[in-house]
Design a protein around this ligand. Structure first.
Ligand code: SF4
Ligand code: SF4
Length: 316
């Protein structure tokens, strides 16, 4: 009996920004797409750039749709004023105390609370604190999702958070939903996700439930510190992972230390990428490194092969 083909999901993660994660994702995507159907997802809704690295500019996306996954608090002045005679809140300004983000101050002139929308993260604490339901969380437009076709034969889904808005984790959830729909349509073999830097909500949303994580780092103590936190996160979700050391020529001693660390912690080293000015030139020319300099294919082929081999050996 032929079962439905199960798509595999791979997240590229670094912990620290600026170590070349999107450069690695772009080249791996191009290599993977040579023999497979793939969907690429840029999960860095705060600073999306995977599409650009793949040469696809915003205006050339096929579609953009707005997202309303964010929430902001709204005040009913009428209801609040009605409390002038209520002993529960009068003079206590409960909402001001409840907001730990300093998003509510007291307007002496109006004798009413004043909400700073930029500071409100939609936690809802003030809504709970208000005894007359004068504060209500409302859905707001906080970002958008774009779908485009790269010139390398695979689609990309990219998210953008609106300036000053919160909820990048929820945006990533929506990105994944959209990418899954596309993956089903094209019967994709792989979804490759470029996570945001750090270990916060959007990163958790990019990693959770995935089949494999590629950890990208460079041989510097700062990158390693951030990577070790990312490894804790991956361990927490029990996701198999392998590592890539980028710009390995910049610090040979530390490269050896990293190799020892990965060995001691049973993290397969999928490959190393040399420090080479042509990676920067590729970025300047909006081309994946493997397209800009075909000699780099060997490096990324090795990483991809090791990753797929490691995945094959894991029982999902
Ligand atoms: S929803 Fe949360 S962040 Fe926004 S104003 Fe209320 S308490 Fe502050
Ligand atoms: S808690 Fe409610 S009633 Fe009291 S000041 Fe704030 S909005 Fe007005």
């Amino acid at each position: 009996m032929n079962g439905a083909k199960k798509m595999k999901t791979i997240t590229v993660l670094s912990g620290k920004g600026g170590v070349g994660k999107s450069t690695v994702t772009a080249s791996l995507s191009v290599m993977l797409a040579n023999d497979n159907k793939i969907v690429a997802v840029d999960c860095d809704a705060d600073a999306p750039n995977l599409a650009l690295v793949l040469g696809l500019e915003e205006e050339n996306f096929d579609s953009w749709e707005t997202l309303t996954t964010g929430e902001k608090i709204q005040l009913s002045e009428e209801k609040c004023k009605s409390l002038k005679f209520c002993p529960k809140c009068q003079g206590l300004q409960k909402c001001v105390d409840a907001c730990k983000y300093s998003a509510i101050t007291w307007n002496q002139e109006k004798d009413l609370p004043e909400i700073n929308e930029l500071l409100c993260v939609g936690c809802g604490a003030c809504e709970l604190a208000c005894p007359v339901d004068a504060l209500t969380l409302k859905k707001v437009e906080n970002g958008r999702i774009g779908v485009g076709q790269t010139q390398y034969g695979f689609p990309i889904v990219s998210g953008q958070l609106k300036i000053g808005e919160s909820g990048s984790g929820k945006v990533v959830n929506e990105l994944r939903k959209k990418a899954s729909e596309i993956a089903e349509d094209i019967q994709a073999d792989y979804m490759i996700l470029d996570a945001a830097a750090g270990i916060g909500c959007p990163v958790i949303a990019s990693v959770r439930g995935n089949d494999y994580v590629i950890l990208v780092t460079e041989p510097t103590p700062v990158a390693f510190w951030d990577l070790s936190r990312a490894i804790e996160l991956v361990d927490h979700f029990n996701i198999p992972c392998g590592a890539v050391i980028n710009r390995c020529g910049i610090n040979r001693d530390f490269t050896y230390q990293l190799q020892d660390y990965f060995k001691d912690n049973d993290i397969p080293l999928l490959g190393t990428i040399p420090y080479d000015i042509r990676f920067v030139e590729a970025l300047v020319n909006l081309k994946p490194a493997v397209v800009y300099e075909p000699n780099f294919k060997r490096v990324f082929e090795e990483i991809m092969d090791n990753c797929l081999l490691d995945m094959e050996n894991i029982r999902y």
